[in-house]
Design a protein around this ligand. Structure first.
Ligand SMILES: [Zn+2]
Length: 294
């Protein structure tokens, strides 16, 4: 796969991407956020929506207010509740009065052991005013956004289609600079693959991920992402064909050269694949190791 790591814009400035879409980069670069959270501003009129307002960094929130300036904020939309996406929503709401759209965390707080991974940790405090659902249309000043449920990266992940521009805000579900982290139990590989197929069957001409550059020809890229996960699953099945292995052993075989900071995420991806094999009756855990089932 040819990842696009070309994005090189300074944080904090509003960059126009199309007649209806502009983006402001938050100052939170990192191994999971790439150059930082891309906050999208939608609308060309005096009333605009924001998609994924970003992390709760005071300088970032003050800058967003300054960038929005005299424009009125009509909607605050959130693709999912990782801490690099949703925490600024409450601050923008108290400033503007705009309603927050999205879904709260779907799995119980007790199920998560992700607190060490700050960017990909969950925002347990996210409190949407309007619960979105698949197919729901949100009307703004000169634009309409269509909610497209895309569980997988998280159970509550929603993409937003911008009908007028055949564009879709793909959150962390589809990115061009990296594959998406699928971390159980909230992340689900089977749901993620189904959500990739769902977008592939649509006719958008461009995707705007929250991290990295826009993706032109998305159907081609979606096909590559699906093929990549199928290849990983085949590698896992091939490795287990020689005998049962622990997740750590599988990670060493499949990701021999990975940066130390990304090792936990690599193990999570393997765990997500193994669970996807388990629910289809193809593998099962046994004494801390995973074994293929005939
Ligand atoms: Zn995320």
């Amino acid at each position: 796969m040819k990842f696009d790591r070309s994005l090189d814009v300074p944080p904090g400035l509003e960059v126009r991407l199309s007649p209806l879409v502009s983006r402001v980069l938050a100052p939170n670069p990192g191994p999971f956020t790439f150059r930082g959270t891309g906050v999208y501003i939608v609308g060309a009129g005096p009333r605009v929506a924001v998609i994924d307002p970003g992390p709760a960094l005071p300088g970032h929130i003050d800058n967003l207010k300054r960038v929005l300036g005299a424009r009125e904020l009509s909607h605050i939309l959130v693709t999912h509740t990782h801490r690099d996406h949703s925490p600024a929503a409450a601050f923008l709401k108290s400033w503007s009065g705009a309603a927050i759209y999205g879904l709260p965390l779907q799995t119980p707080a007790s199920a998560h052991s992700d607190e060490g991974m700050v960017d990909e940790a969950h925002d347990h405090d996210f409190a949407p005013d309007i619960l979105v659902h698949d197919g729901m249309r949100i009307e703004g000043d000169g634009f309409i956004l269509e909610c497209v449920a895309t569980p997988g990266h998280t159970a509550n992940h929603i993409c937003y289609g911008l009908t007028q521009e055949r564009a879709l805000f793909s959150g962390d579900h589809v990115m061009g600079w990296s594959t998406s982290v699928i971390a159980r139990p909230d992340g689900d590989m089977g749901a993620y693959l189904a959500s990739l197929e769902k977008l592939k069957a649509r006719n958008e001409g461009i995707l705007y991920p929250t991290h990295g550059s826009p993706i032109a020809e998305p159907q081609e890229w979606l096909g590559q992402l699906i093929a990549h996960r199928r290849m990983r699953e085949s590698q896992i099945v091939a490795a287990l064909a020689d005998g049962a292995l622990a997740i750590r052993q599988l990670a060493e075989r499949l990701y021999p050269d990975i940066a130390p900071a990304l090792r936990p995420a690599a193990a999570q991806q393997i765990a997500a694949h193994l669970e996807h094999l388990r629910v289809r009756g193809r593998a099962a855990p046994e004494d801390g190791r995973w074994r293929l089932k005939i």
